[in-house]
Design a protein around this ligand. Structure first.
Ligand SMILES: Cc1ncc(COP(=O)(O)O)c(C=O)c1O
Length: 414
C-alpha cells in the first residue's frame, strides 16, 4: 500500500517545510513529535526517583516498565525484562563484553564480520587481553555478501561468539541473520547482532531471528539518543551483573544498568511503536493485533523505501565511473535505502562538499566501518559517499539530489 506522505509529515515537525533534503538518516533520523512530547511530559510531570513508596515514584516506575513493555513488543522479546536500555549501542556492547568476559577462557574464539561498525568490533577486540582469539569473517567481494558458508568454515568448537551486523551502515544489504544464527548455534556458540542500521526500516523479531544478543539505537529509528540490548532471559539470569554488589542476580535488567537508565528517554521511546501502530491503522491494517500492526507499517515503509532505492540506484548504475559499494539491487527484501558509492578519480569529500550548498544533507567517510573501507582500498579517497534515506524521504528529493549530482559525477566519466 502506498505511503500517505501527508500522514507521515504530520508526525515529524522537522518535515513541516521540507526546506532541506535530509539524507543522513543512518547518522541519525528525525524525531517523532509523539516521542518528543512523551519526553517533555515525563520531565515536567514525573521526573522523580524510582523505588520509593510515594505515588509519584510509583508512577515513574510504572512508566519505565511501560517503556520496557513497549520495546519488548517492538522487537518481539519473550518478556519485558529482556530489554536492557542504555545510552548508545557502543556503550551497551561494551557492557555486554564485560558481562561475557567472565565466561571466556584463553584460546576461546570470537568471530567478527569485516563489515562491522567499530561498536561491534572494538568491544570484542578488548577481550584479546584475556587470551581470546579474534577471527575476522571477510565479505565476499564478488557478491558483496557475508556468506554463511564462509562463516561455517570459521566456526569450530572453540568459537564462543559471532558478531555480525543485521544491515551494514555502508552496504545497506539485509543479512540473513536467522541463517547465520542456525549455523552458529549448531556449533554451540552465540550470536550478537548489531541492528542499528536495520531497526529504522524493517520489522524486528528477535525470536524469529533467534539472536542471542540484539542491539540497536533509538536515535536512528525516530527516537532519542537512547539504545536497547535484547537478550534471552535465561542467559541474562546466568550472566554476572555490573551493578552494585547488593543488586541481586535476578534483578533483570537492573543488574546490567548501573546508575539506572534515563527515565524520560525510555518513556519517549514508546512513541516509536505508537507511530508505527497509528501508521498501520491509517493504511488499512485490520484486526487488533499490535504486532500485526507493526508488521503492516513495516510493509508500507518497505514499499516506499524500495521506490527511493530504485530511483537512486538506477541513476548511479547508469554512470560508468561510479561503483556502488553494496548490492546494486533495489528490492526491499535485499536492502534498505542506505546507498554508498565511490567514483573513480574523485575524492568522496569533494563530491559531498559540492552538494552541501544545495541544502541537501549527504555524507562521506568510513562511518566507523574502517575495515570495510580498507578492504575496498577507499581510505585514500575519503571513503564512500553515503546517501541514507528512510520512508519519509520522497522521490522528488531523490530527483533533486540527482540533478545536483549530475554535473559533479558526469564530468568524470572513465
Ligand atoms: C551500524 C551501526 N552500529 C553501531 C553504531 C553505533 O551506535 P551508537 O552511536 O548508538 O553507539 C552505529 C552508529 O552510527 C551504526 O551505524
Amino acid at each position: 500500500m502506498t505511503l500517505d506522505m501527508d500522514f507521515v509529515e504530520s508526525q515529524f515537525p522537522a518535515l513541516e517545510h521540507r526546506d532541506y533534503v535530509y539524507f543522513d538518516n543512518a547518522g541519525g533520523s528525525l524525531v517523532l513529535d509523539c516521542v518528543a512530547r512523551r519526553i517533555q511530559d515525563h520531565l515536567l510531570t514525573s521526573s522523580v526517583q524510582h523505588g520509593a513508596t510515594y505515588t509519584k515514584s510509583q508512577i515513574a516506575m510504572e512508566r519505565l516498565f511501560e517503556a520496557q513493555e513497549s520495546v519488548a513488543q517492538l522487537v518481539n522479546a519473550r518478556r519485558p525484562e529482556e530489554i536492557i536500555m542504555g545510552p548508545s549501542t557502543s556503550a551497551l556492547l561494551r557492557t555486554l563484553s564485560t558481562m561475557l568476559s567472565s565466561r571466556l577462557r584463553p584460546r576461546d574464539e570470537i568471530i567478527i564480520s569485516e563489515v562491522e561498525h567499530e561498536a561491534n568490533a572494538g568491544a570484542w577486540l578488548l577481550l584479546e587481553k584475556l587470551g581470546v582469539n579474534i577471527r575476522f569473517w571477510p565479505l565476499d567481494r564478488d557478491t558483496m555478501e557475508l556468506s554463511t558458508q564462509t562463516l561455517a568454515g570459521l566456526l569450530n568448537d572453540r568459537t564462543k561468539l559471532v558478531c555480525v551486523t543485521h544491515v551494514s551502515n555502508i552496504l545497506g544489504t539485509i543479512n540473513p541473520v536467522r541463517e547465520f544464527a542456525d549455523v552458529v548455534h549448531a556449533h554451540g556458540a552465540r550470536i550478537c547482532v548489531d541492528a542499528v542500521a536495520y531497526a529504522p526500516h524493517r520489522l524486528i523479531d528477535v525470536q524469529a531471528f533467534d539472536a542471542d544478543y540484539y542491539v540497536f539505537s533509538f536515535y536512528k529509528a525516530y527516537g532519542p539518543h537512547h539504545a536497547a540490548l535484547v537478550g534471552r532471559f535465561d542467559d541474562l539470569l546466568e550472566l554476572p551483573g555490573i551493578n552494585h554488589f547488593f543488586v541481586a542476580e535476578d534483578e533483570i535488567p537492573y543488574k546490567f544498568q548501573p546508575g539506572n537508565v534515563n527515565y524520560e528517554l525510555s518513556y519517549g521511546c514508546i512513541g516509536i511503536s505508537d507511530y508505527l501502530i497509528e501508521m498501520a491503522k491509517h493504511h488499512g491494517a485490520e484486526g487488533d493485533s499490535e504486532r500485526g500492526h507493526l508488521a503492516h507499517a513495516c510493509d508500507v515503509i518497505a514499499e516506499q523505501e524500495q521506490k527511493l532505492s530504485k530511483r537512486l540506484l538506477d541513476y548511479l548504475k547508469s554512470l560508468p565511473s561510479v561503483t556502488i559499494i553494496g548490492d546494486a539491487r533495489h528490492d526491499a527484501s535485499v536492502r534498505v535505502p542506505t546507498i554508498s558509492f565511490a567514483v573513480a578519480g574523485l575524492d568522496s569529500r569533494a563530491i559531498v562538499e559540492q552538494i552541501d550548498p544545495h541544502d541537501i544533507g549527504i555524507r562521506y567517510g568510513d562511518f566507523y566501518a574502517v575495515r570495510l573501507i580498507d578492504a575496498f582500498g577507499l581510505a585514500p579517497q575519503n571513503g564512500v559517499v553515503r546517501v541514507s534515506m528512510v520512508h519519509y524521504n520522497t522521490l522528488a528529493e531523490v530527483d533533486k539530489l540527482i540533478e545536483k549530482l549530475e554535473p559533479v559525477l558526469n564530468r568524470h566519466t572513465l
